[in-house]
Design a binder for this molecule. Sequence first.
Ligand code: ADP
Ligand code: MG
Length: 387
Amino acid sequence: MTTEEMQKRIEKEFADRFGGEANVYASAGRINLIGEHTDYNGGFVFPGAIDKVIMAAIRPNGMEKVRVFSIDIDEYVEFGLGEADAPKESWARYIFGICREIQKRGGDVKGFDTVFAGNVPLGAGLSSSAALESCYAFALNDLFNGNKIDKFELAKIGQSTEHNYCGVNCGIMDQFASVFGRKGHLMRLDCRSLEHEYFPFNPEDYSLVLVDSRVKHELKDSPYNKRRESCERVAKKLGIETLRDADMDDLNRIKSDITAEDYLRAKYVIGEKERVLAVCDALNAGDYETVGKKMYETHEGLSKDYEVSCVELDFLNDVAKELGVTGSRIMGGGFGGCTINLLRNDLHDKFVKEVTARFNEKYGHEPMIYDVVISDGARLVKEAPKA
Ligand code: ADP
Ligand code: MG
């Protein structure tokens, strides 16, 4: 469904259920171009919002309850606004959580009627949950708080919702990207200072394609914690808080005092910081070939040094390279999920066809392909006429 079709569908459903018109809001899913496993090392991430959104019609109802219909789940739920009123439906808990987290911060939320839908694929690594949270956080700030809550706080409200109402202990990147996203721009977020900067990403001759392997390897020995511990051990040895403050000379100085494994982990993290900064320069110069090169280097680092890849993702990366894709790498934590690919437009159709066929031949199922365009984040799509 296109975003325009979705909006029509939502407005019609709202009119049928609640009568009349409502404001329409949207917020986006996100990609991360580069900067992986960097957040807990105080480093940089480099996300952008995409042209796949959660969209909602919302109107205050003068009651003390929220009445919500999810078009995609085809389910209607009502809930009150007190802490004890949490709905049992997991999708509705995202909206409830946003209401509660705004209230906890002293903000205002009253009852409202709402209908929503989305075209961000669920659980594909594009953060549909952050799109949902950011859509409602932005809308409730506009409808009940005169937009007094600042945008970064809106992102934190989404993050706290995941922590406190959905059982997901996530970082801030997804919500940040969904709230702050801007058409034609990626954002470098400094995970230590939480400062951000926009960089142009508007390639006329290139496009972004995600290839979702649809595999997720369950691993027993909590590899994420192990990676973190390695990084912490090396930082401690260097007498610094996080690897953000180290360079390769520092690391090589203590090489003989740490395990070979910890060395490789830290080498990846330090390299990734430098790659993000190189990508910033390249984007400012409109040099997408260098951007692509850095993406391949990141994949190599994630696969060989950080060891969070898997055969399926390495296969996708090899096929991309062979077909002449400009840049390709694992997106997300690893051990499955997506690769993000930057490629010349004239290669697009061939790549999609070949990578789908070859992956299917080797692993017995087709990957999902998602074309993405860097777009705006949270926004008011349409204001209902004043009654
Ligand atoms: P993702 O990686 O896409 O964020 P999550 O598991 O974190 O995956 O979030 C997906 C959840 O968000 C869904 O299970 C559902 O509860 C909610 N959600 C996302 N998109 C929609 C939608 N279009 N309609 C209803 N709920 C949605
Ligand atoms: Mg999520």
